[in-house]
Design a protein. Sequence first.
Length: 284
Amino acid sequence: MNNKTTTTKDNKMQLSSEEMKMTKKLFWRNMWLGYCMSYTRQQGVAWDWIHAPVYKKIYKDDPDKFWEAMKRNMEFYNTTPNMNGIVSGLAVSMEQENAKAPADTFDTAGISGMKIGLMGPMAGIGDTFFAGVWSLILTGIGIGFAKSGNLAVMLLSLVGLPPNILIRWYGQKYSYKLGSKYISKAVQDGLMTMFTRATSIVGVTVVGGMIASLVKFPLVFKTKINGTEFVLQKVFDQIMPGILPLLLSVGCFVLLRKGKNPVLVLLGVVALGFILTFLGITGA
Protein backbone atom coordinates (compact mmCIF):
# COMPACT_ATOMS: atom_id res chain seq x y z
CA MET A 1 0.00 0.00 0.00
CA ASN A 2 2.77 2.43 0.97
CA ASN A 3 4.81 1.51 -2.12
CA LYS A 4 1.82 2.20 -4.36
CA THR A 5 1.25 5.60 -2.76
CA THR A 6 4.91 6.53 -3.11
CA THR A 7 4.96 5.50 -6.77
CA THR A 8 1.86 7.59 -7.47
CA LYS A 9 3.40 10.65 -5.84
CA ASP A 10 6.65 10.16 -7.73
CA ASN A 11 4.82 9.85 -11.05
CA LYS A 12 3.07 13.16 -10.44
CA MET A 13 6.46 14.85 -10.20
CA GLN A 14 7.89 13.19 -13.32
CA LEU A 15 8.43 15.25 -16.45
CA SER A 16 6.96 14.24 -19.78
CA SER A 17 9.35 14.01 -22.74
CA GLU A 18 8.25 17.46 -23.93
CA GLU A 19 8.64 18.95 -20.44
CA MET A 20 12.06 17.32 -20.06
CA LYS A 21 13.20 18.86 -23.34
CA MET A 22 12.01 22.28 -22.21
CA THR A 23 13.62 21.91 -18.77
CA LYS A 24 16.97 20.95 -20.28
CA LYS A 25 16.87 23.96 -22.58
CA LEU A 26 16.07 26.31 -19.70
CA PHE A 27 18.71 24.68 -17.50
CA TRP A 28 21.50 25.40 -19.98
CA ARG A 29 20.23 28.84 -21.01
CA ASN A 30 19.88 29.87 -17.33
CA MET A 31 23.67 29.53 -17.07
CA TRP A 32 23.88 32.86 -18.94
CA LEU A 33 21.66 34.85 -16.57
CA GLY A 34 24.53 36.97 -15.23
CA TYR A 35 26.12 37.74 -18.58
CA CYS A 36 23.86 40.59 -19.68
CA MET A 37 23.41 43.16 -16.92
CA SER A 38 22.19 46.75 -17.12
CA TYR A 39 21.70 49.51 -14.58
CA THR A 40 17.99 49.87 -15.30
CA ARG A 41 16.96 46.21 -15.64
CA GLN A 42 19.84 44.20 -14.15
CA GLN A 43 19.11 40.62 -15.37
CA GLY A 44 15.83 41.51 -17.11
CA VAL A 45 17.23 41.36 -20.66
CA ALA A 46 18.99 38.05 -19.96
CA TRP A 47 15.74 36.63 -18.54
CA ASP A 48 13.96 37.42 -21.79
CA TRP A 49 16.72 35.82 -23.89
CA ILE A 50 16.68 32.69 -21.72
CA HIS A 51 12.91 32.22 -21.93
CA ALA A 52 12.25 33.48 -25.48
CA PRO A 53 12.16 29.98 -27.11
CA VAL A 54 9.85 28.70 -24.37
CA TYR A 55 7.51 31.69 -24.64
CA LYS A 56 7.46 31.26 -28.42
CA LYS A 57 6.33 27.67 -28.00
CA ILE A 58 3.80 28.48 -25.27
CA TYR A 59 2.20 31.28 -27.32
CA LYS A 60 2.65 29.72 -30.77
CA ASP A 61 -1.05 30.28 -31.53
CA ASP A 62 -1.09 33.86 -30.27
CA PRO A 63 1.86 36.05 -31.40
CA ASP A 64 0.40 39.08 -29.61
CA LYS A 65 0.57 37.27 -26.28
CA PHE A 66 4.12 36.20 -27.05
CA TRP A 67 5.30 39.77 -27.56
CA GLU A 68 3.27 40.92 -24.57
CA ALA A 69 5.10 38.30 -22.45
CA MET A 70 8.47 39.40 -23.85
CA LYS A 71 7.74 43.04 -23.04
CA ARG A 72 6.31 42.24 -19.61
CA ASN A 73 9.32 40.14 -18.60
CA MET A 74 11.81 42.84 -19.60
CA GLU A 75 11.23 44.35 -16.14
CA PHE A 76 13.88 44.77 -13.43
CA TYR A 77 15.05 41.41 -12.11
CA ASN A 78 18.06 40.45 -10.01
CA THR A 79 18.80 37.29 -8.04
CA THR A 80 21.56 34.73 -7.45
CA PRO A 81 21.90 32.84 -10.78
CA ASN A 82 22.21 29.51 -8.95
CA MET A 83 18.71 29.96 -7.49
CA ASN A 84 17.04 31.34 -10.60
CA GLY A 85 15.72 27.94 -11.72
CA ILE A 86 13.16 27.99 -8.90
CA VAL A 87 11.71 31.31 -10.09
CA SER A 88 12.05 30.29 -13.75
CA GLY A 89 10.09 27.05 -13.30
CA LEU A 90 7.21 28.80 -11.55
CA ALA A 91 7.14 31.61 -14.12
CA VAL A 92 6.95 29.16 -17.05
CA SER A 93 4.08 27.22 -15.45
CA MET A 94 2.19 30.50 -14.95
CA GLU A 95 2.83 31.57 -18.56
CA GLN A 96 1.42 28.22 -19.72
CA GLU A 97 -1.71 28.79 -17.66
CA ASN A 98 -2.03 32.28 -19.15
CA ALA A 99 -1.85 30.80 -22.66
CA LYS A 100 -4.63 28.31 -21.87
CA ALA A 101 -6.91 30.77 -20.08
CA PRO A 102 -9.65 32.64 -21.97
CA ALA A 103 -8.87 36.24 -22.92
CA ASP A 104 -8.32 38.63 -19.97
CA THR A 105 -9.15 35.98 -17.33
CA PHE A 106 -5.57 35.46 -16.14
CA ASP A 107 -4.01 38.43 -14.36
CA THR A 108 -0.40 38.50 -15.58
CA ALA A 109 0.48 40.88 -12.74
CA GLY A 110 0.76 37.73 -10.65
CA ILE A 111 3.74 36.58 -12.74
CA SER A 112 5.58 39.85 -12.22
CA GLY A 113 4.66 39.88 -8.54
CA MET A 114 5.93 36.33 -8.08
CA LYS A 115 9.26 37.16 -9.76
CA ILE A 116 9.79 40.34 -7.72
CA GLY A 117 8.63 38.67 -4.51
CA LEU A 118 10.97 35.68 -4.86
CA MET A 119 14.09 37.29 -6.33
CA GLY A 120 15.06 38.86 -2.99
CA PRO A 121 14.66 35.77 -0.77
CA MET A 122 16.32 33.56 -3.41
CA ALA A 123 19.24 36.01 -3.59
CA GLY A 124 19.51 36.05 0.20
CA ILE A 125 19.61 32.26 0.41
CA GLY A 126 21.86 31.81 -2.62
CA ASP A 127 24.39 34.50 -1.70
CA THR A 128 24.56 33.29 1.89
CA PHE A 129 25.13 29.65 0.96
CA PHE A 130 27.29 29.90 -2.18
CA ALA A 131 29.25 33.08 -1.46
CA GLY A 132 29.24 32.97 2.34
CA VAL A 133 29.22 29.35 3.50
CA TRP A 134 30.19 26.95 0.71
CA SER A 135 32.99 29.09 -0.75
CA LEU A 136 34.50 29.68 2.71
CA ILE A 137 34.49 25.96 3.47
CA LEU A 138 36.24 25.17 0.19
CA THR A 139 38.69 28.04 0.70
CA GLY A 140 39.59 26.78 4.17
CA ILE A 141 40.21 23.26 2.84
CA GLY A 142 42.13 24.67 -0.12
CA ILE A 143 44.46 26.75 2.07
CA GLY A 144 45.31 23.64 4.08
CA PHE A 145 46.09 21.66 0.91
CA ALA A 146 48.10 24.53 -0.59
CA LYS A 147 50.24 24.99 2.53
CA SER A 148 51.18 21.31 2.47
CA GLY A 149 51.83 21.35 -1.28
CA ASN A 150 48.97 18.92 -1.97
CA LEU A 151 47.91 19.12 -5.62
CA ALA A 152 44.37 18.08 -4.62
CA VAL A 153 43.70 21.80 -4.22
CA MET A 154 43.36 21.95 -8.01
CA LEU A 155 40.29 19.70 -7.83
CA LEU A 156 38.38 21.79 -5.29
CA SER A 157 36.64 23.79 -8.02
CA LEU A 158 35.11 20.52 -9.23
CA VAL A 159 33.97 19.68 -5.68
CA GLY A 160 32.10 22.98 -5.59
CA LEU A 161 30.06 22.20 -8.70
CA PRO A 162 27.57 19.52 -7.52
CA PRO A 163 25.49 21.74 -5.14
CA ASN A 164 25.31 24.39 -7.86
CA ILE A 165 24.17 21.95 -10.55
CA LEU A 166 21.72 20.07 -8.29
CA ILE A 167 19.99 23.23 -7.05
CA ARG A 168 19.74 24.60 -10.58
CA TRP A 169 18.27 21.37 -12.00
CA TYR A 170 15.96 20.14 -9.25
CA GLY A 171 14.91 23.63 -8.20
CA GLN A 172 13.69 24.31 -11.73
CA LYS A 173 12.15 20.87 -12.21
CA TYR A 174 10.12 20.75 -9.01
CA SER A 175 9.07 24.40 -9.02
CA TYR A 176 7.72 23.89 -12.55
CA LYS A 177 5.85 20.69 -11.67
CA LEU A 178 4.41 22.08 -8.46
CA GLY A 179 3.44 25.27 -10.28
CA SER A 180 1.71 23.47 -13.16
CA LYS A 181 -0.08 21.24 -10.68
CA TYR A 182 -1.55 23.92 -8.43
CA ILE A 183 -1.80 27.10 -10.53
CA SER A 184 -4.54 25.75 -12.83
CA LYS A 185 -6.54 24.73 -9.75
CA ALA A 186 -5.97 28.17 -8.22
CA VAL A 187 -7.37 29.81 -11.35
CA GLN A 188 -10.46 27.58 -11.30
CA ASP A 189 -11.11 28.22 -7.61
CA GLY A 190 -10.58 31.95 -7.88
CA LEU A 191 -7.50 31.82 -5.67
CA MET A 192 -5.33 33.32 -8.40
CA THR A 193 -6.75 36.78 -7.71
CA MET A 194 -5.73 36.49 -4.07
CA PHE A 195 -2.31 35.20 -5.10
CA THR A 196 -1.85 38.12 -7.50
CA ARG A 197 -2.72 40.65 -4.80
CA ALA A 198 -0.46 38.94 -2.27
CA THR A 199 2.51 38.78 -4.64
CA SER A 200 1.96 42.42 -5.63
CA ILE A 201 2.12 43.44 -1.96
CA VAL A 202 5.25 41.35 -1.44
CA GLY A 203 6.78 42.82 -4.60
CA VAL A 204 6.13 46.40 -3.49
CA THR A 205 7.55 45.57 -0.04
CA VAL A 206 10.70 44.11 -1.60
CA VAL A 207 11.16 47.17 -3.83
CA GLY A 208 10.64 49.44 -0.82
CA GLY A 209 13.28 47.51 1.10
CA MET A 210 15.66 47.76 -1.84
CA ILE A 211 15.19 51.54 -1.96
CA ALA A 212 15.95 51.87 1.75
CA SER A 213 19.05 49.66 1.61
CA LEU A 214 20.53 50.37 -1.84
CA VAL A 215 19.66 53.99 -2.71
CA LYS A 216 21.95 56.44 -0.91
CA PHE A 217 21.44 60.21 -0.69
CA PRO A 218 23.71 61.41 2.15
CA LEU A 219 23.77 65.12 3.00
CA VAL A 220 27.02 66.56 4.39
CA PHE A 221 26.08 70.26 4.53
CA LYS A 222 26.73 71.78 7.95
CA THR A 223 26.82 75.39 9.18
CA LYS A 224 26.36 77.42 12.36
CA ILE A 225 23.30 79.55 12.98
CA ASN A 226 23.46 81.81 16.07
CA GLY A 227 26.23 79.66 17.50
CA THR A 228 24.24 76.43 17.03
CA GLU A 229 25.40 73.82 14.57
CA PHE A 230 22.91 73.20 11.79
CA VAL A 231 23.14 69.73 10.20
CA LEU A 232 20.94 69.41 7.11
CA GLN A 233 20.84 65.60 7.27
CA LYS A 234 19.35 65.69 10.78
CA VAL A 235 16.53 67.93 9.58
CA PHE A 236 15.47 65.40 6.93
CA ASP A 237 15.92 62.51 9.37
CA GLN A 238 13.52 64.20 11.77
CA ILE A 239 10.94 64.51 8.99
CA MET A 240 11.35 60.85 7.95
CA PRO A 241 14.51 58.71 7.83
CA GLY A 242 15.30 57.78 4.24
CA ILE A 243 12.97 60.40 2.76
CA LEU A 244 15.53 61.62 0.19
CA PRO A 245 16.24 58.16 -1.32
CA LEU A 246 12.47 57.65 -1.45
CA LEU A 247 11.83 60.97 -3.20
CA LEU A 248 14.66 60.32 -5.67
CA SER A 249 13.30 56.85 -6.48
CA VAL A 250 9.73 58.10 -6.85
CA GLY A 251 10.94 60.93 -9.08
CA CYS A 252 12.75 58.48 -11.36
CA PHE A 253 9.69 56.22 -11.39
CA VAL A 254 7.42 59.11 -12.44
CA LEU A 255 9.79 60.07 -15.26
CA LEU A 256 9.96 56.47 -16.52
CA ARG A 257 6.17 56.16 -16.38
CA LYS A 258 5.97 59.26 -18.57
CA GLY A 259 8.08 57.48 -21.18
CA LYS A 260 11.39 59.23 -20.55
CA ASN A 261 14.51 57.44 -21.76
CA PRO A 262 15.99 55.39 -18.84
CA VAL A 263 19.54 56.27 -19.90
CA LEU A 264 18.73 60.00 -19.80
CA VAL A 265 17.12 59.58 -16.37
CA LEU A 266 20.27 57.79 -15.17
CA LEU A 267 22.51 60.52 -16.58
CA GLY A 268 20.31 63.12 -14.90
CA VAL A 269 20.79 61.43 -11.52
CA VAL A 270 24.56 61.31 -12.07
CA ALA A 271 24.61 65.00 -13.05
CA LEU A 272 22.53 65.90 -9.98
CA GLY A 273 24.98 64.01 -7.78
CA PHE A 274 27.98 65.85 -9.28
CA ILE A 275 26.34 69.27 -8.89
CA LEU A 276 25.21 68.73 -5.28
CA THR A 277 28.60 67.28 -4.34
CA PHE A 278 30.41 70.22 -5.97
CA LEU A 279 28.22 72.62 -3.96
CA GLY A 280 29.10 70.72 -0.76
CA ILE A 281 25.53 69.58 -0.09
CA THR A 282 26.00 65.85 -0.61
CA GLY A 283 28.99 63.55 -0.29
CA ALA A 284 30.26 60.22 0.96
